[in-house]
Design a protein around this ligand. Structure first.
Ligand code: GDP
Ligand code: MN
Length: 382
């Protein structure tokens, strides 16, 4: 789960990382009141789940009420890379001497945590990595050993920050590491981490991705409220389905995550584009199948539906009965192709046979079914 900047800053503040005082608001009037409360000059900042807000015009300095009004008006409702701004964060503006970059994330191949620190902050780290990779100091941290102060200090020296920032940076990085591990984040990033003219170091931005699997250990309810989900994903989530929305036009239903992923691959392989990933799991009864068909049927992108079932513990005839009953409940608009294999596949196919038509076809293999799905969607399968 990705946090908005202000939530990330609240998260950081909980671990003692210095951030600016500010208020989250959703109207121009509240923005003005917030600016009065935190004191001018302020920064008016768009709160969206995407970076590069500054470049897009979503971060503006304001030194009086008129300017706050103008910026708040302009930024509320703004579209930043497809994300509409509904919330603003108004914070007291900071004087900046230097901008740095700091982050922790997981290096899966190294099986360690990876810390990255650079004296070239404020710009996208990918750009720094491409242009001047040596400007990023990296430290790999064994999760069992953790990050101690001397390692952290050596890392900061290696990054060649201004010596005036060293103590402040070490302090913040140790706290940031705690926030990352104890807070159960997958990513914590401060860009820019700033050195102020008075010598203090401070987090001016916050990017935090929390590990949803650890949600039961925390109270993340407020963060959930501002999550913006794909409508299809929200509907599927409400039905308890394992669904990921994609941009293509072949709706996919499969039992088992591995089979669902292979189905996407095969559809791609024959020149089609999947509209989604959907794993209905082992059960595949009529209720689950009807729910899955409803989600897919409501997706305007979907031109055909590919149901790919491999009977294992769930037997073919049960799945077939589930499909037949689901079809009687949901008014399907797109044509369907079914591939049914595995345990008791023959019995399952016999059950489906009387229901077959132009709009409900069956194919013996995954590849043929994928081709049929693409053809039914109006494409030319390869
Ligand atoms: P991003 O563009 O989405 O990463 O948003 P940031 O929060 O990182 O802000 C973008 C840039 O705006 C920063 O790199 C700063 O240069 C500038 N900025 C943000 N807050 C302040 C502030 O309090 N004072 C000053 N002078 N500049 C700021
Ligand atoms: Mn930033």
């Amino acid at each position: 789960m990705d946090l908005l900047e202000f939530q990330g800053k609240q998260f950081f503040a909980g671990f003692g990382i210095p951030v600016s005082e500010g208020r989250a608001v959703d109207s121009v009037e509240d923005a003005v009141a917030a600016a009065e409360a935190v004191g001018y000059p302020v920064v008016v900042k768009a709160q969206v789940h995407v970076g590069g807000r500054g470049k897009a015009g979503g971060v503006k300095l304001a030194s009086n009420e008129d300017e706050v009004r103008t910026h708040a008006q302009n930024i509320l409702g703004m579209d930043i890379k497809g994300h509409i701004v509904r919330i603003l964060w108004i914070e007291h503006a900071s004087d900046i001497a230097e901008e740095y970059y700091a982050s922790f994330t997981l290096d899966r191949s190294a099986k360690k945590h990876l810390g990255m620190l650079s004296a070239q902050g404020g710009v996208e780290i990918e750009a720094v990595a491409a242009k001047d990779p040596d400007a990023i100091a990296k430290v790999w941290i064994d999760p069992v050993e953790g990050l101690d102060e001397s390692t952290c200090r050596a890392w900061v020296k290696q990054a060649r920050l201004n010596p005036a920032a060293e103590d402040g940076a070490v302090d913040i990085l140790l706290k940031l590491y705690r926030a990352y591990t104890e807070g159960d984040a997958d990513l914590v990033e401060i860009n820019p981490l700033i050195l102020k003219p008075d010598g203090s170091v401070h987090a001016l931005d916050a990017k935090v991705t929390l590990d949803n699997n650890a949600g039961f250990r925390h109270d993340w309810g407020d963060y959930e409220l501002t999550q913006v989900r794909d409508e299809r994903e929200q509907a599927a989530h409400d039905k308890g389905l394992q669904y990921v929305g994609l941009d293509g036009y072949v709706g996919i239903i499969a039992n088992g995550a591995g089979l669902a992923m292979s189905t996407l691959d095969v559809v791609n392989q024959v020149g089609g584009e999947p509209a989604n990933f959907l794993d209905i799991g082992g059960g595949a009864n009529a209720d689950v199948m009807a729910g899955a068909l409803e989600i897919i049927n409501n997706d305007p992108r979907v031109k055909s539906i590919f149901i790919n079932i491999f009977g294992g513990i769930t037997r073919g005839e049960e799945v077939a009965n589930g499909i037949v009953e689901a079809l009687s409940r949901v008014d399907i608009t797109a044509p369907i192709v079914i591939r049914l294999d595995g345990t008791n596949a023959d019995q399952g196919r016999q059950i489906l046979e009387p229901h077959l038509s132009d709009k409900l076809q069956m194919q013996p293999t995954m590849l043929e079914a994928a081709r049929t799905a693409v053809a039914l969607a109006g494409g030319t399968p390869s």
